[in-house]
Each structure stands twice: as structure tokens, then as C-alpha cells.
Design a protein around this ligand. Structure first.
Ligand SMILES: N[C@@H](CCC(=O)N[C@@H](CS)C(=O)NCC(=O)O)C(=O)O
Length: 202
């Protein structure tokens, strides 16, 4: 292996896409390995913790867990704070996004009636609370900590984009409209030159 390899499912979403964006913004040339569902059961057992993304760096054991991957890329390439306390504050928000995914992901494979009930319950409690806490901890503008984009912003962007696309059944696409700082991070990342250049790639 001569260059970094990011392994994820064949979709521009979630934990994999935020790591691809971080690698791209860091200027790291990497192999973008996209796994199809049929290949996953065999590969799963070969990954460190049974999940994707996995980052392979030449000469090192594979790295797993999106936040660990993002923090490593961020630290090495100026996309994560050098100050350890500020870094921990960013990592807290990154964990907040993981908490959101952990609660919503189990509803994806539910049957129709169970899914409707579960998501309506999330809309009545967990999701507005999640957004409120996210909003409360965004200290800057337009990004999480001010003028500069960090890996935490990529993570927040992917989380917001998941819901506001209107494709999560029983969750209105307007869910985050009342949270201007959260929406501001989403928009600022979407409009970032480096992010745009990733999506302009052939
Ligand atoms: N904590 C891990 C979670 C990894 C995870 O659950 N990834 C999902 C895709 S976003 C996955 O691999 N799902 C397939 C499976 O668990 O078999 C991370 O942050 O990367």
C-alpha cells in the first residue's frame, strides 16, 4: 500500500462521507474504496470493530471509528484545534452527532408501523432536544468555532443533511429550521470551496 485508503459503503453519506471530505480538505491523496452490500459480511470480520469507515495508512494497522479517523486527520492537517481543551470541546460535539446516529439508526430497519411510532416519538422528544443542545454548543459563526472549518463541522453537516433532505420518513425536512447556528454550519460547509471541489470531482 503506497497511499491512504478509506473504506466505506458505496454511498456519499454519513460517517464515510465525512471522512472522505476530511481527507480531501486535508489534501491527502487517497484510494476511495466503496464496498457493496454483498461484500460486507466477509469484510466485516476483517475490520477492527465490525464497522465502517476504516482508514488504512501505509505501514500502520487499520484505523476505525469515524471520530478517531477525523481527529487524526484534523490534528495532522490543521482541521482540529491544537489547544487540547478546545479540541475536547469539538470532540464533545462529534460525540453528540454519534449519539444522534445511535438513536436514529435502529429505526431504519423497522417495519412500517413500528418505524412510524418510533420516529414520531423521536420527533416529540429526542430530536428537538438533540438540536437544542447542538445549537447551545455552537460558539462561532459560520462554523462551529468561528471563521475556520474543522472536522467537527463536516460531521455536523452530514448529520443535518441526512434529515433535511426530506427522505427520512416521518421526520419533516424542516426539523432544524428553528436552529440557525446548526443550519448555518450546514450551509457554510456546503458552500465551502474545498467541499464544492469534492462534489465537482468526476
Ligand atoms: N462507531 C463507529 C460506527 C461504525 C458503524 O456502525 N458504521 C456503519 C455504517 S455508517 C456500519 O458499518 N454498518 C454496518 C454494520 O454495522 O454491519 C464509527 O463511528 O465509525
Amino acid at each position: 500500500m503506497t497511499k491512504a485508503k478509506l473504506i466505506y459503503f458505496d454511498a456519499p453519506v454519513s460517517r464515510g462521507e465525512e471522512c472522505r471530505l476530511a481527507l480531501h480538505l486535508a489534501g491527502i491523496e487517497f484510494e476511495d474504496v466503496r464496498i457493496n452490500a454483498a461484500a460486507w459480511p466477509v469484510l466485516k470480520e476483517q475490520t477492527p470493530y465490525g464497522g465502517l469507515p476504516v482508514l488504512d495508512l501505509p505501514g500502520h494497522p487499520p484505523l476505525a471509528h469515524s471520530n478517531a479517523i477525523l481527529v487524526l486527520i484534523g490534528r495532522r492537517h490543521g482541521l482540529h484545534p491544537a489547544d487540547d481543551l478546545e479540541a475536547a470541546r469539538h470532540e464533545g460535539m462529534m460525540q453528540h452527532v454519534e449519539d444522534l446516529r445511535a438513536v436514529v439508526a435502529p429505526t431504519i430497519h423497522m417495519g412500517a408501523a413500528e418505524k412510524k411510532a418510533a420516529r414520531e416519538a423521536l420527533m416529540a422528544g429526542f430530536l428537538p432536544a438533540w438540536a437544542r443542545y447542538a445549537e447551545k454548543n455552537i460558539s462561532g459563526e459560520p462554523f462551529f468555532a468561528g471563521a475556520k472549518l474543522h472536522v467537527v463541522d463536516l460531521k455536523l453537516h452530514m448529520a443535518v443533511r441526512w434529515f433535511i433532505g426530506g427522505k427520512v420518513d416521518h421526520i419533516p425536512a424542516t426539523i432544524f429550521d428553528a436552529y440557525p447556528k446548526l443550519m448555518g454550519v450546514y450551509l457554510a460547509v456546503r458552500e465551502h470551496t474545498g467541499v464544492k471541489s469534492w462534489y465537482a470531482k468526476p
